[in-house]
Every structure is written in structure tokens, then in C-alpha cells.
Design a binder for this molecule. Sequence first.
Ligand code: SF4
Ligand code: SF4
Length: 186
Amino acid sequence: MNTGMLKYIGLGALLLWFVIAGRLFCGRACPLGFIQELLYKIPFWVKIKTFKFDRPLRVLKYAHFVYNFVLPALVVLGFLKAFEAHEMGTPFYIVLAVIAVIIRRPFCKYVCAIGAASSLFNKFSWYRYKMIDGQCVKCGICTKKCPMNIIPYTMKNSPECIRCGICKRICPKKAFAKNKEGAEYA
Ligand code: SF4
Ligand code: SF4
């Protein structure tokens, strides 16, 4: 079995995980996410929460996903003749590390191909967030703390949610439903 095939068997297993958990890995287990959180804790006089092109730039991670996985997959399946994805070099990651001191999780927001793929499952995966009707008072505490700059109480299954669980933990009203049997999430 060649390495190309192995790569796509691994990708199949990953897809199964995405169906179960959506973007949960990003917020709970990804080492790059952890490193970015540490970098963002470095004191710096400018910390940018959002900026004009924040939202449009988030589309880049999907382009990265197509370039790194979809196009090579078309080669393996015989739909494309020659295409070889090239990883970004060390200088790119150094620049990104510097940006991560100022902007929280730039790799997750703008670059990560795996994050892009798993984000597509957030709305449909078994593990989803549900809120208890009438419990949220829209105090905005969760919005201030969200590392991905989304509004947890209206965008709880947004593709941008990395399932870090911060909003659930800090909500003073305990507005997010508990996962007793899994099916409670919707
Ligand atoms: S912290 Fe809780 S109550 Fe406040 S806006 Fe978020 S979900 Fe609603
Ligand atoms: S919505 Fe909640 S779980 Fe999702 S990224 Fe924001 S704080 Fe984390």
C-alpha cells in the first residue's frame, strides 16, 4: 500500500471523528491550538480582537483544505494528472507565531486545513451545543471570552466554534444544556 493511500485511509478515520465530534479536537486537544494560546498570553501592548478583514480572511483555511487535501485526493482517484501540495515553510510559521501574540489563534481562524474540514461538521455532528430555552439573559460574558470571536448564544454550532467549552463553563446562568445522553445536543 503506498503512502498516498495510507494518507487517505487516515483521512477516512478523521472524517468519522468529524461526524462524531465536529471541531472538538481543535479546542480540546490540538497542540498547535495550545501553543497559540500560550503565545497569546505573552504581554504585548496591542491585542487585536477583531479587524475589518477578519471574517473574509477566515475563508482562506478552506482554500488551504482544497489545496492540501481535495486536489491531491483527485490525483489519487485519477481525476487529476499531477498535483503535489507543498507545505508552508518555516518563515511562514514564524510570522504566524508573531501574529499569534497579537491575534488569538490566527492559525485556527485563517490557515488550518483540518480545522476547515472539521468545521463543516459542526452543525451536523453528534456532539453539538444546545441551549436551555429562556435561560440565556444575553449578558455577553461568553462573547467576551470566546477565542474565536463568535457570539456563543446565537452561533453555538457555527463552523468557527472550536468547542473549547469556555462559554459553557463561564455562563453564570448555565444556559448550555448538559450532555447527558448525547441526543440532548441539537
Ligand atoms: S454567558 Fe450565558 S447568559 Fe450570558 S450571554 Fe452567554 S450564554 Fe447567555
Ligand atoms: S462558542 Fe464557546 S465553545 Fe465555541 S469557540 Fe467560542 S467559547 Fe469556545
